[in-house]
Design a protein around this ligand. Sequence first.
Ligand code: SF4
Length: 350
Amino acid sequence: MLEKHYGKLTKGCESCFKGEKLVLFITGICPRDCPYCPLSEERKNRDTVFVNETETTSIQDLIDEVKTSGAKGAGITGGDPLARLARTIQYIKTLKQHFGKEFHIHLYTSLELLDEEKIKKLEEAGLDELRVHPDIFDKTLWHKIELLKETKMETCIEIPAIPKTEKQLFELIQFAKDKVNAFNLNELELAPLHSEEFKKNKWKTDKDSVTIEGSEKTAKNILKKARAWKVRIHFCSARFKDEVQFKGRLKNYAKNIALPCDKITEYGTISHAVIFLDKEKTPNEKKLKELLKSLKEKFPKEFFHLDKEKSRILCSIKIIRTLARTIPNCAIVEEYPTKDKTEIYFEWIS
Ligand code: SF4
């Protein structure tokens, strides 16, 4: 099951489906220590900001990334964004000021730091959707879910579908169904920093995968029952996140940055040919410009582009085989359309 839902999806989920959300990781600080916390060592408990995959505290980088990625909204995550409330508010306001009211922002938090005043501040800053992550094994803070009844923001409870936790999940849904607008269940995945806890809890991975055996089954059981309760509920599988959301995000990026010499693949990556000065990829802008000039004299100009950052000439795949007969150091490359242009395929053809 890739994805399944009953009732309308939240607006945050709708644009995530289309890969239109930028991921703003606002801090790695979090008061909780969930045994399934997915954060990596690079992020966990570090007060650092990532805009999509790039670590940066520059507001300008954030604005540029929205433009390049073609995002129509953002999901603010962490850690717990409420652990750095002032920063979170500043980023929400900036995004709304630059991209307008329609730029949809949702935010994830646990219940630990949530209170009436913070909800009010987030709403005033322009946040559209608040998603909370209660502890299903400890009800001490569940009373805070009551606070969500008062806000105009869309509200959602988002929790992992831990195998064999139907009893706890039913209880939480029953408790919260008249207090929040919707529920999201995520497929549980192996957390890099918690392999010992996973072993202890007997949460085993599915064959050839990082998803946890039984998580999807638990989600299915919940969905069946919750349907009768008429709650809006959605299950998001790990495969769906990877195949649909990530691919959608790449495609949007690619559409925004593709040059006439680029080809966007069905996976949202960019494929083109490249010409270097030598096999060592030596940077020499003057020589590259000379080569570019001579190529543009013989072939249509739009087939070429100087990529100063990577000291190479980008070239349309359509003519590279012809060029490679006479020009050395030609290659075919497929890469992510992201800022770092990570290569996933490289082949010298001359
Ligand atoms: S609330 Fe989220 S970030 Fe914090 S420990 Fe739990 S899973 Fe990790």
